[in-house]
Design a protein around this ligand. Sequence first.
Ligand code: NAD
Ligand code: ZN
Ligand code: ZN
Length: 364
Amino acid sequence: MADPVTARGVIAYKPGEPGVIEDFLIPAPGPGEALVRILASGVCHTDLSAKNGVFGTDYFPFLLGHEGAGIVQAIGEGVDNVVEGDSVILAWRAPCGLCRFCSVGKPHLCSASLNAKQKMTTMDGTVLTPILGIGTFCTHTLVHSRQCIKVDKDLPPEQMSLIGCGVMTGVGAALYTAGVEPGQSVAVVGCGGVGDSVIMGAKLAGATTIIAVDIDPRKLEWAKGFGATHTVNPNDGDPVAAIKGITGGYGVNASFEAVGRAETLMTAIWARDLAGTCVIIGVADQKATIELPIAKFFDVGGTVRTSWYGDCLPTRDFPLLAAWYEQGQLDLDSVVTRVIPLEQAEEAFHAMERGETLRSVIRL
Ligand SMILES: NC(=O)c1ccc[n+]([C@@H]2O[C@H](COP(=O)([O-])OP(=O)(O)OC[C@H]3O[C@@H](n4cnc5c(N)ncnc54)[C@H](O)[C@@H]3O)[C@@H](O)[C@H]2O)c1
Ligand SMILES: [Zn+2]
Ligand SMILES: [Zn+2]
């Protein structure tokens, strides 16, 4: 058996504490597994949430990061979808093909998504939990080979990494979860990396009224660059009233919650027109709840749906988004606010909290 690889990455040991950069061990890829040399990793809000204990405390220590692009360095027995040297984007959904959803033709709902079977460990043997089954704030990681989606070698890894989570989630939420149609109106509550990707997706789908909602004026300005036709700052007054005002008193056909808070979900729910769709993307705290007046909710009708990963199929959608980027239809360059070394990962979380970035991208 081949020797394990010593990699370097950001490990979060305790909720709320800064991540620590240190060496860790990766076993040589076993059957169906791939060792990937990470080139770039986006810093998504979900990493910060996990590090802060939003997913509970059972899974610490975490190997942070789940939005990555890199090069396949070695493959295990039986791997047939990638070879050594392939440029890949890593996916946190790799449909198993066998579960109760995959077996009825709904692989985007796969309940047994594939991950590497072997565990990465700290140097003293403690098992690491790679965020969303990937771990990308690191020089190398071990994944199931089906989590590797091949893309053109010439495409920049910084921009490609974002397709691995935030951009795919936002664009997919507009195209697949909400199914935005030409001429429709949408409101996007929370215009960070994910929300701005919803805006890009809504524009691609032909929406003609795209309302960006954020408490940070800088985010509203950036949202316009991605295709927002109107902006609403909830600090200036009731955002639902403002959205209705923009849409002739009716509300929008599709609303998106991309913050992860109860009050922003309420905005998204009540900003809809009759029969409108509300899509929940934000990952809320375990304790967050909302109260719904049932009669009013019934009167509006329509749908409230969650969207994990924009209901995407990475094998279908990563190459599509990469092609849209190449053709100038998806402005990933503007989502990359900063390119930083691994040592600045912790600072990138603070920059995110201060609202200075859409995405910091760690270049390895
Ligand atoms: N469902 C999924 O598959 C999925 C995938 C990726 C990220 N997420 C989640 O999506 C959310 C957004 O992620 P991100 O990386 O874009 O985060 P981000 O921090 O970059 O953006 C969040 C935005 O929300 C804004 N905001 C905060 N409070 C607000 C309020 N009260 N009203 C309006 N706007 C407000 C902030 O100013 C910021 O622009 C997070 O909860 C993240 O965990 C979910
Ligand atoms: Zn499955
Ligand atoms: Zn993410």
